[in-house]
Design a protein around this ligand. Sequence first.
Ligand code: ZN
Length: 261
Amino acid sequence: MALSLPLFHFERLSAYPELLHAVATRHGGVSQAPWATLNLGGSVGDDPAAVHENHERLCRRLGVARNHLVTAFLTHSDKVAVVGRADWGQRYTDTDALVTNTPGVYLTLRFADCVPILLYDPRRRVVGIVHAGWRGTLALITQKTARLMGEVYGSAPDDLIAGIGPSLGPCCAEMGDEVVAQTRAVFGAGSNDLLRPGPRKLHLDLWSANQVQLEALGVRHIETAGICTACGVADYFSHRAERGKTGRFGAVIGLRPASGG
Ligand SMILES: [Zn+2]
């Protein structure tokens, strides 16, 4: 990769100059293996000074003040927090999704196989970010987040643009029997399209599982990155491909303040 701190951007979300969004990779930081190099996870055994420096580098690259970020300590829940300027620098507990309509409040979460979902309503100017592993996906956290954007800010599903980011792909998301059973219970007949045979067990298509729950709500504009973190472990952290010993890459979304900066 040419840039020292490369970022992934969704094409659809890049169309809006008022919106800042990005998914970082594992490149551009200072952490040593197995967290090399842009690890943003503070509870995966990495040197706290390195994690701090990685956050500084990402914020500099994005042009965002670090204390203007709002984040959450992820617990694979289906809880969504509505945040504003009073939450600057906050880290919510037991929360896996954040929404706001306040410019200058940047929402960020960390990933290593779980699905990052970025949401934007350009009409009402509302942003959302979701951390959806299989638990959150089966708890329909992405649909809940989009619905909450409607309840709190009046966002219509039809106006929403969703980006489904780099995460464990259907190629690698082998699941145990219990997860397969839960998938069938949640998605009913639709689960036939989400579960596909793998070499040993069934694989769950987490990208489609998040897409269909958005579509069920009426969201039509959905872009899937199609990047599997386990296949793409050279560029992304992958809990599964690295057997749990790895870092976390970041995703960020927020509205730029009208005055700029
Ligand atoms: Zn894969």
